[in-house]
Design a binder for this molecule. Structure first.
Ligand code: SAH
Length: 235
């Protein structure tokens, strides 16, 4: 599989170097609690189950070892292959917009580090996640397995096409930006389902919430965002 080369956003974000001392799991838990109190709650994240998931999932396990000290900073971080793990607030905002229910089957496009999938796995029955960069998918899968997530199902491929064999989905979250909403994803959303997706050009995208009701799509713009572009598999 060849990937169409794209010059990617955030590639220029530098890691701020590794800290001299090793943080313990308790140090990370304290940083995680501060992240929830200082970055999520003041910006209006309210869903109790989501806040509990953000307080539980060890984000430091999803970033490269030399970036662990920065895992709870208020920004995206590089994860290799010119890709990033999203800022914690954006993960929380997008997840809240999805209105995840315990029995839901959720599709994610752009597994990246696997962090967003882990947050979803705490909240819903099953997560189906598609990643186009194979080594990222392998690392994410290993991390999720190590942390004991058995309800995340991963596939390497072009997420533009969704995951037709597992459709329909109660919710779909897209964490890379296409220039328009892929029709296969609309088709794979259940009636009553929600989709959160960034759409737009490389430097200016809008995050949208799409809701399917009686076959009609209701679309609302939520936040201006910058995601890495959705790559396409060469046909
Ligand atoms: N949700 C991730 C962050 C994703 S960054 C996390 O929690 O870490 C965006 C990811 O989308 C990158 O890993 C990139 O490789 C992937 N991606 C880009 N185009 C894609 C496509 N067409 N299908 C599936 N994944 C894609």
């Amino acid at each position: 599989m060849r990937i169409v080369a794209e010059c990617l956003l955030f590639a220029a974000i530098a890691t701020t170097g590794c800290s001299q001392q090793r943080s313990t799991p308790a140090d990370f838990a304290a940083q995680r609690q501060r992240m929830v109190e200082q970055q999520l709650k003041p910006r209006g994240i309210k869903d109790g189950r989501l806040l509990a998931a953000m307080t539980k999932v060890p984000r430091e396990e999803f970033v490269p070892v030399n970036a662990r000290a920065d895992a709870y900073q208020d920004r995206p971080l590089p994860i290799g292959y010119e890709q990033t793990i999203s800022q914690p607030y954006l993960v929380a905002f997008m997840t809240e917009q999805l209105r995840p229910q315990q029995s839901d089957r959720v599709l994610e496009i752009g597994s990246g580090s696997g962090y967003q999938a882990a947050i979803l796995a705490e909240l819903v029955a099953n997560v189906y996640t598609v990643e186009i960069v194979e080594p990222l998918a392998k690392t994410a899968e290993a991390t999720l397995r190590r942390l004991g997530y058995t309800n995340v199902h991963m596939r390497v491929g072009d997420g533009y096409k969704g995951w037709p064999e597992e459709a329909p989905f109660d919710a779909i979250i897209v964490t890379c930006a296409p220039d328009k909403v892929p029709q296969p994803l609309i088709d794979q959303l259940k009636d009553g389902g929600r989709m959160v997706i960034p759409v737009g050009e490389r430097f200016a995208q809008q995050l949208y919430l799409l809701e399917k009701k009686n076959g009609q799509l209701k679309q609302s713009a939520t936040l201006p965002v910058r995601f890495v572009p959705m790559l396409r598999e060469e046909k």
